[in-house]
Design a protein around this ligand. Structure first.
Ligand SMILES: [Mg+2]
Length: 177
């Protein structure tokens, strides 16, 4: 039961993912959560760091597709200035959004990874869809009200995962950590 929340990798931040190590793992396309993974939930404009990371991915031809549980309007507004394709109302931990992205962009399971900051939604969805996942630290410590309960449960699950040595105790800085 616990393994449904087991990420393939856990790293400090999405910005630390490099094209070289993504390719090394056989991954061609990055699916990513939006809030607190790519941008701070309370700073929808993003940061220079984000733009720089996206630019590197663009140059290296690694598509980044946003898969968010948020509604169409909200995701469109956040993602449009960044020029990223997106799937809204993904219904993570269900596989709906991931499957939609796979279909829309003709992706194969082994070529994709889902990056996200929440075990209960992002990582559970990736595991349900049988794709690889990268669990990242949330960009900001505080959460929107609707995430607070999930965080509480997440803390308990994280402790169990660590106790049973299913996940590491420290966040890596690379997929090889
Ligand atoms: Mg999130």
């Amino acid at each position: 039961m616990l393994t449904r929340f087991k990420p393939t990798w856990m790293i400090n931040s999405i910005y630390e993912i490099t094209p070289a190590e993504i390719r090394e793992m056989g991954i061609k396309v990055i699916l990513t959560d939006l809030d607190n993974t790519l941008i701070a939930w309370n700073n929808p404009d993003g940061t220079p760091e984000l733009r720089e990371w996206l630019e590197v991915m663009r140059i290296e031809k690694i598509p980044v597709i946003v898969v968010s549980n948020n509604n169409q309007k909200r995701v469109e507004k956040a993602v449009e200035p960044l020029g990223l394709p997106f799937i809204a109302r993904a219904m993570k931990p269900l596989t709906k959004g991931i499957n939609e992205a796979k279909k829309k962009f003709a992706l194969e399971d082994r070529q994709i990874v889902l990056v996200g900051d929440q075990l209960l939604t992002d990582i559970a969805a990736a595991n349900a869809a049988k794709i690889k996942s990268i669990w990242v630290k949330p960009i900001v410590e505080t959460d929107a009200w609707n995430t607070k309960l999930n965080r509480f449960i997440e803390k308990i699950i994280k402790r169990r995962l660590q106790k049973e040595n299913i996940i590491k105790k420290v966040w890596g800085h690379s997929l090889n950590d």
